[in-house]
Design a protein around this ligand. Structure first.
Ligand code: ZN
Ligand code: ZN
Length: 156
């Protein structure tokens, strides 16, 4: 059987074949298609190869991709669950989007941070804050739940 480029279907002689790893399979490409697919990730190559309908080891390829898709879906679901947990009733001051709560997060103050420049000049130490992030526009807000920490920093 003659080999064809899995992407464009061109019949290839023995010396015209290029081999490319797509997922966990090796596919045959022509020299024109090779540079188009070579820069893609293993998963992107595998998806393209399967879509071409000409891939070798298609069953193997499908199995590989189903694992990848499963993992991807799981990650997205986890993200959604996390976002739900973070949801608050607070509206974004800019766009009225929902604010998500991240925190508490401890920031180290000092030369290496540029975030809170006034504080950095006054003190070194750390400050625990709740961070809110707007789901829609990404605006951040910071809250210091415990004022004693801040008072201490200012007294230094
Ligand atoms: Zn081709
Ligand atoms: Zn917003």
């Amino acid at each position: 059987m003659e080999d064809r480029c899995i992407f464009c279907g061109t019949t290839l002689g023995r010396l015209q074949k290029r081999k490319l790893h797509c997922g966990n399979t090796e596919q045959i490409l022509c020299k024109n298609c090779y540079p188009k697919y070579e820069p893609l990730s293993a998963v992107e190559r595998a998806e393209a190869a399967l879509k071409s309908g000409r891939a070798a080891d298609a069953a193997e390829l499908r199995k590989y991709l189903e694992n990848v898709w499963d993992a991807r879906k799981k990650k997205e679901e986890e993200k959604e669950v996390n976002n739900k947990k973070r949801t608050t009733d607070i509206e974004c001051l800019r766009c009225k989007g929902k604010m998500l709560e991240y925190g508490p997060v401890t920031f180290k103050l000092g030369e290496e941070t540029y975030f809170f420049s006034d504080l950095n000049r006054l003190a070194s130490g750390s400050l625990t804050m709740n961070i809110m992030r707007c789901e829609k526009c990404g605006k951040l807000e910071f809250y210091a739940p415990d004022s004693t920490e801040l008072d201490k920093l200012m007294d230094e």
